[in-house]
Ligand binder design. Structure first.
Ligand code: NAI
Ligand code: BUO
Length: 259
């Protein structure tokens, strides 16, 4: 158990990729702080973490609000007795063309996907320094952070931004023993893709499922990605085997985007 007894906070952990990361890190031996907007879903994940034999706590926070992210980090430390790993996973998608996207849509997604990650990096970095310890900061990017996708242009911009924040924070925090990396999944079968496919169908006139199937059809390994495929890579980023890695945003997509 490579992270036995460590404390990990995961945002957007009520479902999807965040839930899988919470359960994987619990199985790796960490105690887990679950942060999300949805209290009922957080409670269910906390029960699953406890069933895996680890401590769990939940905290309702909107990651776009800096004070709430700082409060979540303080809560995790107080309830679980330490603070070692943050996974800034929470994110939303805007499915709209560059020609049609509105200022309101841009503001909303920038606040959650960019500021949400920035405040998580900042709050965790401050906590590690206050505690005079090393730490791991792990951010959700995407294949869309390496190659922008049609109808996901603004979403893609947020994921390019996550890579930029990851690189700068890695350089700024390295001397404190804090590493900062990102993970870049491909097409993961979560509620996010249900909504992306529904909106793509609405905009393009395609059938429901058609766009999803087309993207999955291009994956070299021949299947959609599962949240657990992502969680196993985050497990590596959270553990000591990745201690000599910082500022990176590797693709974990079954062979879809090549960089
Ligand atoms: N599903 C996919 O194919 C891919 C997803 N990603 C990224 O992975 C991350 C997780 O995605 P999924 O699990 O698929 O999404 P999801 O939509 O299934 O789950 C997202 C979770 O984040 C929470 N959340 C949303 N806004 C929040 C906010 N402001 N504050 C706190 N929590 C908030 C939601 O309540 C939900 O529990 C996102 O950052 C996403 O952009 C990256 C590449 C591919
Ligand atoms: C949602 C997302 O990031 C992709 C690449 O599908």
């Amino acid at each position: 158990m490579s992270i036995n007894g460590k404390v990990a906070l995961i945002t957007g952990a009520g479902q999807g990729i965040g839930r899988a990361i919470a359960l994987r890190l619990a199985n790796d031996g960490a105690d887990i702080a679950i942060v999300d907007l949805n209290e009922e879903k957080m409670g269910a994940v906390a029960d699953e973490v406890r069933a895996a034999g680890r401590k769990a706590t939940t905290f309702k926070a909107d990651v776009s609000k800096r004070n709430e992210v700082y409060a979540a980090v303080d809560h995790a430390e107080k309830e679980l007795g330490g603070f070692d790993i943050i996974v800034n996973n929470a994110g939303i998608a805007t499915i709209q063309s560059i020609a049609e996207v509105t200022p309101e849509e841009v503001e909303k997604i920038f606040k959650v996907n960019i500021e949400g990650v920035l405040w998580g990096i900042q709050a965790a970095g401050a906590k590690f320094k206050e505690r005079e310890q090393k730490g791991k900061i792990i951010n959700a990017a995407s294949i869309a952070g390496h190659e922008s996708m049609p109808l996901l242009g603004v979403y893609s911009a947020t994921k390019f931004a996550v890579r930029a924040l990851t690189q700068a924070a890695a350089k700024e925090f390295a001397s404190d023993g804090i590493t900062v990396n990102a993970y870049c999944p491909g097409i993961v079968g979560t509620d996010m893709w249900v909504e992306i496919d529904r909106r793509m169908a609405e905009i393009t006139g395609a059938k429901i499922g058609e766009n999803y199937d087309r993207y999955v059809g291009d994956i070299a390994l021949g299947r959609a990605q599962t949240p657990e495929d992502v969680a196993s890579f985050v497990s590596y980023l959270a553990g000591p085997d990745s201690d000599y890695m910082t500022g990176q945003a590797p693709l974990i997509d079954g062979g879809l985007v090549y960089r």
